[in-house]
Design a protein around this ligand. Sequence first.
Ligand code: SAH
Ligand code: SF4
Ligand code: F3S
Length: 482
Amino acid sequence: MNYMEIDLDRIDSLGTEPSKEPERQYYFMAKCRDWVKEKEAETGRPLTFITQTFGCQMNAKDSEKLAGILEKIGFKETDTEEADFVIYNTCTVRENANTRVYGRLGYLNSLKKKNPNMMIALCGCMMQEDAVVDKIRKSYRFVDIIFGTHNIFKLAELMYNRLTSKGMIIDIWKDTDQIVEDLPSERKYQFKAGVNIMYGCNNFCSYCIVPYVRGRERSRNPEDIINEIKDLVADGVVEIMLLGQNVNSYGKTLSTTMSFADLLKEIEKIEGLKRIRFMTSHPKDLSDSLIEVMKNSKKICNHLHLPVQSGSSKVLKIMNRKYSKEDYLSLVERIKTAMPGISLTTDIIVGFPGETEEDFLETLDVVKKVRYDSAYTFLYSKRTGTPAANMDNQVEEAVAKERFDRLLKVIQEISSELTKTHEGEVQEILVEEVNEQNNSLLTGRLSNNMLVHFNGTPDMIGSLIKVKLTECKGFYFIGERI
Ligand code: SAH
Ligand code: SF4
Ligand code: F3S
């Protein structure tokens, strides 16, 4: 069954609960919907929800699924936390992600005191950590539901459990091999969408908590992925972003052997689909056949996000990245030879345990050699449970901060030089939204992921149009329709 065809009216919400998924969840959606209708009659207004996403695109995609379930149940989406159902979909990749969540929980408590119907749910990566759940159980007793990354499809059932019992509902799975397909999903944009191709991560980079909170790597079946994209295209989507922590190892867990490069070839054939993006690519698994497919594709965007993390082979080894500085540079060389002008972006961690000034200079050297269009830079953050957290040569904060600032300066110089080289060109953009600061401008995205602001009308949103990049403004352009 396709989720677009789910008709909750045809489900007997008074019958016995099915044990099979996703039918079981449709049943609980119908039950929760009865409750929402009751409350609406009582209060004389629609009930509202908001999902707040912290963290990466994987979480953003999960939030769309949560929103889809809540809409099916009958809640209306709102943009304020003064809502009847508030979900925080949390991230724990760096300490400051956690701090932000705790900071906002106090505010939610004050809102809940004013609205007795309000429900607060916490989910996502942070909830996969025992210490976090303990802390919330003890000190944030007003939270209604806690669940993790493996069971977001169960939202309706958990909500129903909360309605029919007293106290906090906590349901965290340590891992799963289950992939539940065909649940509702509410897209943020009509014309572009993220599509999961795999879940979890097996790489265990020594600084990273993701494999512990997202579980083992699992690839989705190619048919499910292709069908989802076809449905999205039929529904108006022209650009998709394929999502996975390491898309280059796609297919390894499937019984039919299909590589990421093969999957891309299949997706390319989907009629009506105009643009394909993907993230994230781990350098160790980027194959020559992927480079070949990218080079020959008419739909894959002219952009590759290729996290390097550090330029020092010594640090890379301790990070467990499984490539050296030389491996990375030679890979970049092959990519640039095949696709001159491709836009490369990266992630870099500064201040990893044991990083010396010499190691840092190697990172600067890679940045200068590769010349990234942009880079996300992070100060190393200690994550409990990861091997790096126990290393005794942690870098002093002031030293890391000083390196971070130096790195940022070099990245920004290169980035603005590269952006400038496109001035005067005519390129295609996908028009995404009305500019927030200036309503007479629209914002579109180039194939290389850079943004262009230009004069236009809202009816252009979702279409691909040609613009002249008249003026470079550092990291974005002012453009003109032609
Ligand atoms: N799977 C992706 C990255 C996911 S996390 C990949 O391998 O590229 C996104 C980024 O957060 C990472 O690339 C890394 O640069 C950063 N990161 C992860 N753990 C971190 C930590 N403990 N401290 C600082 N940055 C971290
Ligand atoms: Fe983390 Fe490494 Fe997995 Fe990326 S590949 S999610 S950095 S462990
Ligand atoms: Fe954060 Fe989880 Fe993504 S820890 S970066 S939201 S996978």
